[in-house]
Design a protein around this ligand. Structure first.
Ligand SMILES: [Zn+2]
Length: 325
């Protein structure tokens, strides 16, 4: 499935783990074309057939651009580059080595989500160094036909994170720097995975977004935010502040924020079963990544005696969010 968001700007649903509305990829077509965030390794084929449906058989993009190197954004590149021998891969300079050797990425993701989930996500292929081009603070890319992209550094979710601004349309492809926002939710969910989450950088990147005054946000998880863009970004800042202070407080008072990977597998299976519209599982997915970050951050690694404290914590977050919106 794809949607034309603006002239020459398309959302492609990557059907992550066979599930619609979970991971979006964005195609920008000028005289040349760029595909941002090609999804999980297992999504490469569905993206290829969407590109064909959009632009005919044999269509190749000129640039593949993961906003960051996490598997749900960069994993699909290996599967696509084979079909697109001329495509260049633009990637943040701090993430580049992980595309050449994805073993560390895979190990981190397996630790977070569990081995079972990894079989659904697929395994990323290592990329050849000569296909890759590092991006630093700012990279300007002119695709022709008035499609000018400003690719800029936005750490916080991860150190290797960049976002893409479409100058004429004033649309901003945020990557995970503006959290997750699924249909049926009325608040953005911070995306705070260990080991890279950094609260201050996260807020700085959101401030950059606000200063650009975008007309719309294109989120990988999931879709277009066109209304109340500034309020959406401000809510993101408020939520991240609230979550991190609540998490820190919980640790300080002896609470255990260590979550087992079975929680994540459970969440994944619920999401795959189509229950993602319900607030609790998705919010706790955000909470679980935050909890794991806090655990890493504070070097608290003890296993909870029961799962109850963790679920209490998730409930608190849901409650806190429902109060604020
Ligand atoms: Zn993501």
């Amino acid at each position: 499935m794809h949607i034309e968001i603006s002239d020459g700007v398309f959302l492609i649903d990557t059907l992550a783990a066979g599930t619609p509305d979970l991971v979006a990829s964005y195609l920008i077509k000028g005289e040349k074309s760029a595909l941002v965030d090609p999804g999980y390794p297992s999504s490469a084929n569905s993206i290829l057939s969407e590109l064909q449906a959009l632009s005919g058989k044999g269509f190749q993009v000129d640039f593949l651009m993961p906003t960051h190197v996490h598997l749900d954004h960069a994993g699909g590149i290996g599967g696509l580059e084979e079909a697109m021998p001329n495509a260049r891969v633009l990637v943040n300079q701090h993430g580049l080595k992980h595309l050449i050797d994805p073993s560390k990425l895979v190990a981190t993701a397996a630790g977070l989500f569990g081995e079972k989930a990894m079989t659904v996500y697929g395994t990323p292929r290592p990329l050849h160094a000569e296909r890759l081009e590092p991006v630093g603070e700012l990279y300007e890319l002119d695709l022709g036909a008035e499609k000018k992209l400003r690719i800029f550094y936005t750490p916080g979710h991860a150190w290797h994170h960049m976002s893409v601004f479409l100058e004429k349309e004033r649309l901003l492809i945020t990557g995970d720097a503006a959290g997750l926002y699924y249909s049926g939710f009325n608040f953005p969910i911070p995306a705070t995975p260990p080991p890279g989450f950094d609260e201050e950088q996260y807020v700085k990147s959101l401030t950059k977004f606000m200063n650009m005054d975008p007309a719309g946000l294109l989120l990988p998880h999931f879709g277009l935010v066109r209304e109340n863009v500034r309020a959406f970004l401000e809510t993101n800042v408020g939520t991240i502040r609230r979550w991190t202070s609540m998490a820190a407080e919980t640790v300080k008072t002896g609470g255990v924020l260590w979550t087992v990977s079975s929680n994540s597998s459970w969440l994944m299976s619920r999401i795959a079963a189509g229950e993602r519209q319900k607030r609790f599982p998705i919010t706790s997915s955000g909470a679980s990544s935050l909890a794991q970050w806090v655990a890493t951050h504070t070097r608290k690694r003890e296993r909870p005696s029961s799962e109850r404290p963790f679920w209490d914590f998730c409930q608190d977050l849901v409650f806190a969010n429902s109060l604020s919106t």
